[in-house]
Design a protein around this ligand. Structure first.
Ligand code: SF4
Length: 368
């Protein structure tokens, strides 16, 4: 597992701070561990100053140094396609119109609000839907900005669910985290607090710290939505992170993004969802890749996503099959998509296509 870092003492390897302090951010730094392809070298050069690169030693250690198409490499090492005007021409920096009056705050559904706490991430995922926010450097919201957000939530009594995101919301200091959570918990109409975090995947060491976990436990109910995209990302460390969260009463759900070359294969997805259930993470969403400038090269067809969920049915329990959804541009909401199993309908008689092969006549009789 620690492949390139066998000499690093275990105590440091298990430290989140060490992981963050030793992130690889340059081409030269990366070449110390991996023989980059000319394509990757050009990708790093051409995206410099536009879309930053940072990779934790932990996430780097998951890469196959021999395989340029390794799914971890594709998610973490810049590619020239990110800045190819032809490929990216139909993408937009902010297709969901997230930016509003209060910095970092998006209020799309009446009962829910999203707040981005920071523009820092442990790893800058090449497919990120918020690539635009990383262009101005790593920055945590100021106390004044956080107070404006809290004030907004206080004034809107319809908000019962707060999603803290980023960037990486769980990367902020314990003091800032406690400030946000304690103040949210003083607002009577806030029932649920959720974090959209990829730290269980990119730096699970964050959850090896009891003082940090104490804070999450103190402000229960807290939910975590994480973002595993490939079975290779499920490791002993990520399983330990999840276990530690569950023991503190924090449920962990997963949202996967369908990414060309990374996970657009029914068998890869089946393995991913089986492994997630094994570590007690429920896959809730499989998102079609958003039309984001800089990430358009990861997009596949909608048909591919439907084929994948159709393949899963019958091979894994329903608990392991996420809802495949498209997030509509313009902030118009998420649309669930699923295969059609009704092949004919005549009056009260339906013909279903069975996920286990064949067709089944089904009489709908209503009871009065
Ligand atoms: S961790 Fe999340 S917010 Fe950060 S770059 Fe990756 S996908 Fe984007």
């Amino acid at each position: 597992m620690r492949s390139f870092f066998r000499d690093v003492p275990m105590e440091l390897w298990r430290s989140y701070r060490w992981q963050v302090q030793n992130r690889i951010k340059t081409k030269e730094g990366l070449k110390r561990f991996i023989e980059l392809t000319p394509e990757e070298e050009r990708g790093i050069d051409m995206t410099e100053g536009l879309y930053p690169m940072a990779i934790t030693p932990y996430y780097l250690s998951l890469m196959d140094p021999e395989d340029p198409l390794d799914p971890i490499r594709l998610q973490a090492i810049p590619r020239v396609e990110e800045v190819d005007e032809g490929v990216q021409s139909l993408g937009e920096p902010d297709p969901f119109r997230e930016e509003g009056e209060i910095p970092g705050l998006t209020h799309r559904y009446p009962d829910r609000v999203l707040f981005t706490l920071t523009t820092f991430c442990a790893v800058y995922c090449r497919h990120c839907m918020r690539k635009r926010i990383f262009q101005n450097g790593e920055r945590v919201r100021t106390k004044e900005e956080i107070d404006s957000f809290l004030d907004y939530v206080r004034r809107h009594e319809e908000i019962r669910d707060v999603l803290l995101s980023g960037g990486e919301p769980l990367s902020v200091s314990e003091e800032k985290l406690e400030y946000v959570l304690s103040n949210l918990r003083k607002i009577p109409h806030v029932e649920i607090i959720r974090f959209g975090t990829r730290l269980p995947v990119l730096a699970p060491q964050r959850f090896f710290d009891d003082r940090f976990l104490d804070i999450l436990e103190r402000y229960s109910p807290i939910w975590i939505n994480t973002h595993f995209n490939h079975p290779k990302e499920i490791t002993e460390e990520s399983a330990e992170a999840v276990e530690r969260l569950l023991r503190r009463g924090v449920p962990v759900n997963n949202q996967t993004v369908l990414l060309k070359g990374v996970n657009d294969s029914p068998d890869v997805m089946l393995e991913l969802f089986r492994k997630l259930l094994r570590i007690k993470v429920r896959p809730i969403y499989l998102f079609h890749c958003d039309p984001v400038k800089g990430a358009m090269h990861f997009r596949t067809s909608i048909d591919k996503g439907i084929q994948i969920v159709e393949y899963l049915r019958g091979k894994i329990s329903g608990m392991g099959i996420p809802t495949y959804a498209v997030d509509l541009p313009g902030g118009k909401g998420k649309v669930p998509l699923s295969p059609n199993y009704i092949v004919n309908r005549e009056g009260s008689r339906l013909v279903f296509r069975s996920p286990l092969k064949g067709f089944v006549d089904y009489e709908i009789k209503e009871c009065y």
